[in-house]
Design a protein around this ligand. Sequence first.
Ligand SMILES: Nc1ncnc2c1ncn2[C@@H]1O[C@H](COP(=O)(O)OP(=O)(O)O)[C@@H](O)[C@H]1O
Ligand SMILES: [Mg+2]
Length: 265
Amino acid sequence: MVLVGRDGVRRWIGAETHVALIRHFGPHDDEKRLPIFPLLLSDTRADALPAFLNLFQAHEWTGIDPLPTELLNQISGRISVTSVTARIEGCPYVGLAAYTPKQAHLFFGRQKETLHALSYFNGRRGGPPVRWLQIEGNSGSGKSSLMNAGLLPLIGEGLLWRRTGFECWIRIGPMMPGVHPVDMLAEHLARAFSGPHRQEEMADIRHRLESSDDRALAEWLRGRKSPDNDTAFLLALDQFEELFTFAEEEQRRRFDRPLCGSGRP
Ligand SMILES: Nc1ncnc2c1ncn2[C@@H]1O[C@H](COP(=O)(O)OP(=O)(O)O)[C@@H](O)[C@H]1O
Ligand SMILES: [Mg+2]
């Protein structure tokens, strides 16, 4: 059972929910699935439920009244019931295009893969931090959609907190490297941090990316962290292979260097 208060699902509950979701969506055999029952306390609204947890029917509970009989029956029968509250407006099919992060509510059937992929960002004590996830597969197998509508929204909801120590993630991209990956990176960085002085910001980033100091980008990003050091940055590249197929050699080198030499931004 996941008890959800008005602040929604965060930090420890989020970490435990992640484990529970893996145990629900992981097994092939329905018998082995962990049943999940979200319980909304007091004034909590169902839209406080994060992705994937909102696929289960939620019950409201005051904490004083007895639990609804329907829920007790579901618990004793270990029956997870799918939510029927999600309303989809318009056509739910996105056609030949990949799903975008804003279409996460239309993206189904990849829960297991999404949770699995996030598990790679492990926080194993003593081991080197995993900072890189590469998704490979045949053309049309759903790589872009998995990243856009699966991983990115969950990371945005703070799901990586327990694994990485960072709850707040600033997303840069998804960006296509193209012929001029450094210019694209500058543009997407400016977009991610767009303030009132976007043009000046972009000139500043470009200057840093052109600098021979490989740590210039990391320094610039460090200045954009929250004071409590709870912020991490995520660069989403799609398609990565453009760095090898399209990118100009000099731009590729300049793109690669600051990322490799950035330490732990
Ligand atoms: N979970 C899904 N359910 C339904 N259609 C999907 C799903 N994932 C991807 N698609 C569709 O499959 C096609 C290929 O997806 P895409 O993410 O572009 O793959 P790739 O990046 O591997 O080439 C697109 O038409 C996309 O809308
Ligand atoms: Mg793709």
